[in-house]
Design a protein around this ligand. Structure first.
Ligand code: UDP
Ligand code: MG
Length: 139
């Protein structure tokens, strides 16, 4: 059965471009409720821990450098079928391949600086949400 939470980050490029507001508006308009949220900056080590699964990929160094280059917004979102529906809302990893009207199509700068993160499974949504938020920070 599909779970009802997903984890997202508004990445440094989108924060820098003043797109926190427009992206949160799209998230709410698409029917997601914000369960938890914080504005923070990751160290390179913390970004490396978050993206541990990509450790062997050629872009890992660049990705962790980029994700620690400025503040991000981290959030847990609630909706029926949250993981799949949020992946649909954000669009493909490569913004040139993202569908019209998706967050990445509208706001991403490149395949690395692609505006937002979205969990890829219920299992990873839970792991990622737990990496950032305690039970006391969920409402
Ligand atoms: N990424 C990159 N180059 C690539 C593929 C991915 O810089 O060729 C970055 C990009 O920021 C992406 C993140 O690594 O969002 C994680 O990659 P993943 O394949 O999990 O894409 P996502 O799940 O974010 O769509
Ligand atoms: Mg991914």
């Amino acid at each position: 059965m599909a779970g009802n939470i997903t984890f997202t980050m508004i990445k440094p490029d989108a924060v820098e471009a003043n797109n926190i507001g427009p992206i949160l508006a799209m998230i709410n308009k698409a029917g997601f409720r914000i369960l938890a949220m914080k504005y923070m900056r990751l160290t390179k080590t913390q970004a490396g821990m978050f993206y541990e699964v990509h450790k062997e990929r050629p872009f890992y160094g660049e990705l962790t450098e980029y994700m620690s280059s400025g503040p991000i917004v981290a959030a847990v979102l609630v909706k029926n079928n949250a993981v799949a529906d949020y992946r649909k809302l954000i669009g493909a990893t490569d913004p040139t391949k993202a569908d019209e009207g998706t967050i990445r199509k509208l706001f991403a700068k490149s395949i690395a600086a692609n505006a937002v993160h979205g969990s890829d499974s219920d299992e990873n949504a839970a792991i990622e949400a737990n990496f950032f938020f305690s039970q006391l920070e969920r409402f």
